[in-house]
Design a protein around this ligand. Structure first.
Ligand SMILES: *[C@@H]1O[C@H](CO)[C@@H](O)[C@H](O)[C@H]1NC(C)=O
Ligand SMILES: *[C@@H]1O[C@H](CO)[C@@H](O)[C@H](O)[C@H]1NC(C)=O
Ligand SMILES: *[C@@H]1O[C@H](CO)[C@@H](O)[C@H](O)[C@H]1NC(C)=O
Length: 286
């Protein structure tokens, strides 16, 4: 009798501990941790509505939904891929890459992501007034790109000369649309720190974003076994302890049920009942 009760007690305690928070922790094989969240109310409010796990994980910006290839929580980077972007092997009509102001501030493209504007007209601002926005990219030239890449060969086949290109940073694309830039195509390359002498065929195409994690005391929530989230109405921070309990800073010590919550779950009552029954039996047996 005692053993049975003890066993049941243990099982119930385990079950309570295993009650998940309402936040998904992965999408496919990509882990979703703070500051990101898939459900509204999970993660940091600044990153609200940015991710979407439909078929794959997508990063949503005003210019489209970009497939997330990976998230590196140690280096605080996220690599995304624009399926309609041109690369060395495929030429596609340009469309602008746009982010919201908040995104530009908290998750902008990394320093080692270079945007390459291709087939620019000689009237392009980046060849004239804003020439200084183009930089020398590890000694690489337009000719090299137009020569090495199947996709870009068409640019100098038609004119028999090399139309200008420009290696630049996200800031240029942010402030000038492709129409203003007067270049017909663009591509972007990541991990550009060690590309001296490496040909365009071996570059990695895509966009690496570099995110900052808001310093909001999420650590104490995590240490207490909770998941950081926020109130969807006020965007005030919440520590999500279980499907039943939220707390402002941290989950109560010892178990996942926080103190002072409004809705005490039925399992809690059951646990108390079991403890009472257990001691009752023990007293009777002694
Ligand atoms: C989710 O991602 C898909 C891309 O497959 C996109 O078409 C859709 O608009 C996104 N939905 C939301 C709510 O952001
Ligand atoms: C390159 O740019 C010129 C205009 O500057 C345009 O007429 C031409 O179609 C472009 N080439 C390709 C392959 O899009
Ligand atoms: C806890 O917070 C989340 C996110 O705001 C909300 O969806 C959920 O209903 C809350 N749960 C309780 C028990 O208050």
């Amino acid at each position: 009798m005692q053993m049975q009760l003890l066993l049941m007690l243990t099982l119930f305690t385990l079950q309570l501990q295993a009650i998940p928070t309402p936040c998904k922790t992965s999408c496919g094989n990509i882990p979703i941790n703070y500051p990101f969240g898939l459900e509204d109310g999970c993660g940091a409010p600044q990153f609200r509505h940015m991710l979407n796990c439909s078929t794959d994980l997508f990063f949503q910006t005003p210019s489209g939904a970009y497939k997330v290839e990976s998230i590196d929580y140690g280096k605080k980077t996220m690599t995304i891929y624009d399926p309609s972007m041109s690369t060395c092997s495929i030429l596609q009509p340009h469309h602008d890459f746009q982010m919201t102001d908040i995104q530009s501030a908290i998750i902008p493209p990394s320093q080692d992501t270079v945007f390459v504007l291709l087939n620019c007209s000689i009237d392009s601002p980046v060849l004239n007034h804003y020439k200084y926005l183009c930089f020398n990219f590890a000694g690489h030239t337009c000719d090299e790109l137009y020569g090495a890449c199947n996709a870009f060969r068409v640019f100098h086949l038609l004119t028999n000369s090399s139309p200008p290109c420009c290696f630049t940073s996200y800031g240029t694309v942010k402030f000038m649309s492709m129409n203003i830039l007067d270049c017909t195509h663009y591509t972007s390359v990541l991990n550009t720190d060690n590309l001296k002498g490496v040909g365009p065929l071996d570059w990695v195409y895509g966009i690496k974003l570099s995110f900052s994690v808001p310093d909001t005391g999420c650590e104490s929530c995590k240490r207490s076994g909770g998941t950081c989230g926020f109130d969807t109405d006020t965007e005030g921070l919440l520590c999500l302890c279980s499907s039943f309990a939220n707390s402002t800073r941290a989950c109560a010590a010892g178990n996942m049920i926080s103190k002072g919550q409004k809705n005490v779950p039925w399992t809690h009552y059951l646990l108390v009942l079991l403890v009472v029954a257990y001691f009752h039996t023990r007293v009777r047996l002694l």
